[in-house]
Design a protein around this ligand. Structure first.
Ligand code: NAD
Length: 462
């Protein structure tokens, strides 16, 4: 069976490479020539553990092809996956331009009966529109069916998730198409859930909204722990032991980011709004997350007063560990706020620097060496829980910072460990350590509170 994939981003590339690894002949198409040239030479344009070797292996085996030529991609294909981006419109709705363009091109190029599976995250009703578009341009004698197959991979664990995911959703009104898609994924032995198209589309949004809700929920509890002297980690452990709740997504921190949760939660609020339902719970989740992303800067302001000229090392740029993706990362919000406050910033990340440089240019210094980042810094602010950061010995902060202060936005260190060192340590939902030393750090600045409020207002209105 020949399979085609439209889009070679995080989802399309992983799908194409992993399907080839399963033994299928796969052609991946993208509109970006530089990306395709890189892929043809065996280099992945994204960082994803395990991807490089699997990509090369399947290119060498001749099962995997990359092209910008849609005819080459879609001719003869029996199954075509649409995995193009669905970014956020300024009003929060999902932008479906890429999806509809891909559908149109597929309709023009196919030359046999085919099944079009949409992996892109799309609002309810989009697969019906995709079918209409393809039908409007395809040769009249051809039959097509559409299937909603939403994607649940986690960046950083994407290869694992393809082969060992929790479930595969197959949403379609065509029994025949469902059977064919089922056969393709059957060897993976992952539970397959067959449902109607609209429910499949909704499952994706509802899943992301629920996970985002868990994160904002624990962050609200953390905010209260901060004030009542409880420890959020003890609390999360205690509630996570309840099997009805579960331990996952109960890590308090500076909020969720990435290419999915922020845009998908906003899109679901809009989807609900379109049918005159105000999704108040999700609106609160989004609002809490915006506040949370700025919490580390707020804590720095409380500690130092003015951040003007303060040497700050921001540790971690990607929205989570093991990816180079910085889309909607908390680090971006933090860096913007620090720059607005006049701080002098150096940022460390093991893999995401080139992506961050595209956003900040020369406004901040970058380093891929964590010790260089913290050397001489007056504040180290942890934004991503990379292992490189979590396992950096605490002595290093003592050795390399004159008066070590850490604001840990991801609760990377245990309070017990930090308490052994002369480090001022502020984390999320846990007691501050050595706050008495904090007095030494205060640097009165002009109209501090007002300026911080202005910064927040301008970042929120971005
Ligand atoms: P991405 O932005 O990384 O990649 C999209 C790719 O599609 C780009 O390379 C772009 O050039 C290409 N493209 C655009 N128009 C095209 C066309 N007409 N034909 C061929 N290629 C085209 O996006 P992504 O992160 O892979 O996400 C894709 C979809 O999957 C989105 O809807 C996203 O919400 C969803 N999703 C993403 C993740 C994730 O972790 N990234 C997880 C689950 C679902």
């Amino acid at each position: 069976m020949k399979i085609a994939v439209a889009g070679t981003g995080y989802v399309g590339l992983i799908t194409g490479v992993c399907l080839a690894e399963m033994g299928y002949d796969v052609v991946c198409s993208d509109i970006r020539e530089e990306k395709v040239l890189l892929l043809q030479s065996g280099c992945a344009p994204i960082f994803e553990p395990g991807l490089d070797s699997m990509l090369k292996r399947n290119l060498d085996a001749g099962r995997l092809l990359f092209t910008t030529d849609p005819e080459l991609a879609y001719k003869n294909a029996e199954l075509i996956f649409i995995a193009v981006g669905t970014p956020e419109n300024p009003d929060g709705t999902a932008n479906l331009d890429h999806v509809y363009e891909a559908a149109y091109t597929i309709g023009l190029c196919i030359d046999k009966d085919s099944i079009i599976c949409t992996k892109s995250t799309v609002p309810v009703g989009t697969n019906e529109r995709i079918k209409e578009i393809i039908r409007s341009v395809k040769p009249a004698h051809l039959e097509i069916q559409t299937v909603s197959t939403p994607e649940f991979l986690r960046e950083g664990n994407a290869m694992y998730d393809f082969f060992y995911g929790d479930r595969i959703i197959i949403g379609t009104e065509s029994e025949e198409a469902a059977k064919i898609v089922e056969q393709v994924f059957l060897p993976l032995k992952i539970p397959l859930i067959k449902t109607d198209t609209r429910s499949a589309e909704m499952i994706k949004y509802a899943s992301n909204a629920f996970l985002a809700t868990k994160i904002s929920f624990i962050n609200e509890i953390a905010a209260i722990c901060d004030k009542v002297g409880a420890n959020i980690e003890e609390v999360a452990f205690g509630i996570g032991k309840d099997r009805r709740i579960g331990p996952q997504f109960l890590q308090a921190g500076i909020g969720y980011g990435g290419s999915c949760f922020p845009k998908d939660t906003k899109a679901l609020v809009q989807i609900a709004g379109n049918v005159e339902h105000q999704f108040e719970l999700l609106e609160a989740v989004i609002k809490i997350n915006i506040r949370q992303q700025l919490l580390a800067v707020q804590k720095a302001k409380e500690l130092f007063g003015s951040l003007e000229g303060l040497r700050v090392a921001v540790l971690g740029l990607s929205f989570k560990p093991d990816t180079d993706d910085i889309r909607e990362a908390a680090s971006i919000t933090i860096l913007k706020a620090l720059l607005a406050e006049g701080a002098s910033v150096i940022a460390y990340d093991p893999v995401a620097i080139s992506n961050a440089r595209r956003v900040f240019g020369d406004e901040i210094e970058f380093t891929a060496d964590i010790q260089t980042a913290i050397s001489g810094a007056e504040l180290s602010l942890i934004a991503t829980e990379w292992d490189h950061i979590k396992y950096l010995p605490l002595e290093k902060y003592v050795q390399l910072m004159a008066n070590p202060v850490i604001i840990d936005g991801r609760n990377c260190y245990s309070l017990k460990d930090v308490s052994k060192y002369p480090i001022t340590y502020i984390s999320i939902g846990r007691s501050a350590l050595h706050p008495e030393q904090a007095q030494q750090h205060t640097r009165p600045g002009p109209n501090m509170k007002g300026r911080y409020d202005e910064t927040i207002t301008s970042i929120l209105s971005d």
